[in-house]
Design a binder for this molecule. Structure first.
Ligand code: C2E
Ligand code: MG
Ligand code: MG
Ligand code: MG
Length: 285
């Protein structure tokens, strides 16, 4: 028998499990090393309104691995969450956000409504020092909490409603705002959406992709109407082509985000893109 110890149903030895655990543990120590070596940073993807004005940008974490190149977030965020490293990653992204905001403020390249968004993972959102860690980081920079938007997902709303509303309300009272990311993919009860202090819904890319089907289009329309009825802004994620822009524009989407406008860019490249867009818009007026 492969049973190593008696009485414990968890202690069957499974070689496949073992290698997975080994791999995760070595990945964990790689992440720790990479944090120390400053291999993580935020990229920024612009968000624009129907007039082509930049309303904000989303910060997306990247791992610039010395051998493996750019590693996308889905490969390491779950591991970082599991091993308690997500706070360190959030701090890095928030610091990059603050750094970019300081530059944009200084150069007067943004108006007072401009916001940078950060993705908040489930475990961060639930942790008791979440609010204080946000405030602590931004206090080290010349930025306002009003310039920072927190993206959470529907699943974070689905349990413990009273506590979640309380936590969000406290954070909102500090000046931060909230979006619901990947909206439509979770199972949030629509009837309770109004109870949360949410500023914005982000329509998931999967629906934007399917707008040429009648059913896909009607989902997009429904989310846009829902947002408007609740007094929220609505963003379309993953906009890749002119056709989508046209369909969304006709339905009065507030904000566009996607490769059609720009991929997520490193901070320096984002600044160049931002200046170029501001200049182009000024010239066209
Ligand atoms: P998300 O927040 O929904 O971010 C949007 C994702 O769609 C990004 O992928 C972005 O690069 C990609 N995207 C944007 N426009 C287009 C487009 O037109 N076409 C296509 N094909 N893709 C587009 P990314 O950067 O790989 O991030 C994936 C997810 O990882 C994010 O989804 C978010 O859930 C998570 N994530 C990213 N950065 C962070 C972070 O700093 N903290 C946490 N907790 N999660 C993060
Ligand atoms: Mg997001
Ligand atoms: Mg999203
Ligand atoms: Mg998404």
């Amino acid at each position: 028998s492969s049973k190593l110890t008696g009485g414990n149903s968890y202690s069957y030895f499974d070689p496949k499990q073992q290698t997975l655990l080994d791999r995760q543990l070595s990945f964990e120590s790689e992440i720790v090393r990479a944090i120390e070596k400053r291999e993580f940073c935020a990229f920024f993807q612009p968000q624009l309104n129907g007039q082509g004005e930049i309303t904000g940008a989303e910060a997306l974490i990247r791992w610039k691995h010395p051998d493996k190149g750019l590693i996308p977030p889905y490969e390491f965020i779950p591991v970082a969450e599991q091993y308690g490293l997500i706070q360190a990653l959030q701090d890095i992204v928030l610091e990059d956000i603050c750094e970019l905001l300081e530059i944009l403020n200084e150069l007067q390249l943004i108006n007072e409504d401009f916001k940078l968004s950060i993705n908040i993972s489930h475990s961060q959102f639930k942790s008791s020092n979440f609010r204080s860690s946000l405030l602590n980081t931004i206090s080290q920079f010349k930025v306002s909490s009003k310039q920072i938007n927190l993206e959470i997902t529907e699943s974070m709303l689905s349990h413990d409603m009273n506590n979640t509303v309380k936590q969000m309300t406290e954070i909102e009272s500090e000046g931060f705002s909230f979006s619901i990311d990947d909206f439509g993919t979770g199972y949030s009860s629509l009837s309770y959406l109004y109870a949360y202090p949410v500023n914005e819904l982000k329509i998931d890319k999967s629906f934007v992709d399917r707008m040429l089907d009648k059913s896909g289009l009607s989902i997009v329309e429904t989310i846009i109407n829902l947002a408007k009825n609740l007094g929220m802004q609505v963003v379309a994620e993953g906009v890749e082509n002119e056709n989508q822009v046209m369909l969304l524009r006709e339905r009065n989407i507030d904000i566009f985000q996607g490769f059609f406008f720009s991929k997520p860019l490193p901070l320096a490249d984002y600044l160049v893109w931002h200046r170029g867009q501001v200049t182009a818009l000024t010239l066209s007026q």
